[in-house]
Write a protein that binds this ligand. Structure first.
Ligand code: ADP
Length: 248
């Protein structure tokens, strides 16, 4: 088991995992410290979602260790410390509830079965304000554009006082103007100390935003500052290997 390191949010050591006998990720060493803003990029099927499930403790590795906020990831149970924004926030599309009700859910880990206090509601309303969604508080989540819906789900994470935001291709289907605003919001949250982990197929989108890039295709092909990634041939190698891999 890897050491517990202060300020370390994610710690994967020598991780391998496969849904069958064939691993879909292997030899993964990945550490993320509080306050970082990184993107995991790679071609389709390269294991990004699997890696995300491993680091959130939703899957247990076949080999190696995974820690989340210092605890073994699969045993981690303080859900309020992390906010997860799914692709399209699709699970929510059909929910007949308002934006404010969605954001209110962020307080549930703090209040349990109790009702929200005035200060809890204050936190909810501040979260709505932070993401620029106060004017939409009473609107049903089903009536929002993709970008607005994603911001509502970020507000829910903020209302929960999340320290880590994990976003899985959050801007798929979001119009270009809203995408820019969305990344600006992520940058401002990161500037406030929230750790941001972005999973993106579209690596072009992340190079302007994330400070660090992890390029994945079953293994880690690159892990370092974004400007070095742009200069490197990691992307070509990662995508090239995908092609070779298929023909083997
Ligand atoms: P990415 O997110 O980069 O597209 P995934 O982690 O979703 O990659 O998938 C990596 C590999 O694992 C793919 O070959 C995919 O078909 C396979 N896979 C993903 N989820 C499952 C599952 N639940 N059962 C079996 N195979 C899966």
């Amino acid at each position: 088991m890897s050491e517990r390191v202060p300020g370390r949010v994610i710690d994967l050591s020598n991780v391998a995992f496969g849904y069958t006998a064939t691993p879909v990720v292997e030899d993964i060493d990945l550490t993320v410290d509080a306050g970082e803003y990184l993107a995991v990029v790679g071609p389709n099927g390269s294991g990004k979602s699997t890696l995300m499930k491993l680091l959130l403790g939703l899957l247990e590795p076949d080999r190696g260790t995974t820690r989340l906020f210092g605890d073994p990831a699969h045993a981690f149970d303080d859900g309020s410390r992390l906010g997860y924004v799914a692709q399209h926030a699709s699970a929510a599309k059909e929910m007949p509830i308002t934006v404010r009700e969605v954001v209110k859910m962020g307080r549930f880990p703090h209040v349990g079965f109790g009702t929200l206090s005035v200060s809890d509601w204050d936190i909810v309303d501040r979260a709505l304000d932070t993401v620029g969604m106060s004017d939409f508080a009473g609107r049903r989540i089903t009536q929002l554009s993709g970008g607005q819906r994603q911001r509502a789900f970020i507000a829910r994470a903020l209302a929960g006082e999340a320290e880590l935001l994990v976003l899985d291709e959050p801007t798929v289907g979001v119009d270009a103007e809203s995408v820019e605003a969305f990344y600006r919001l992520l940058a401002s949250l990161n500037a406030r100390g929230i750790t941001v982990l972005l999973i993106e197929h579209d690596f072009g989108a992340v190079t302007d935003h994330a400070q660090r890039v992890v390029c994945l295709n079953r293994r880690v092909y690159f892990d370092g500052p974004t400007d070095e990634f742009v200069e490197s041939d990691a992307l070509a190698r990662a995508f090239g290997t995908a092609v070779v891999g298929r023909s083997q």
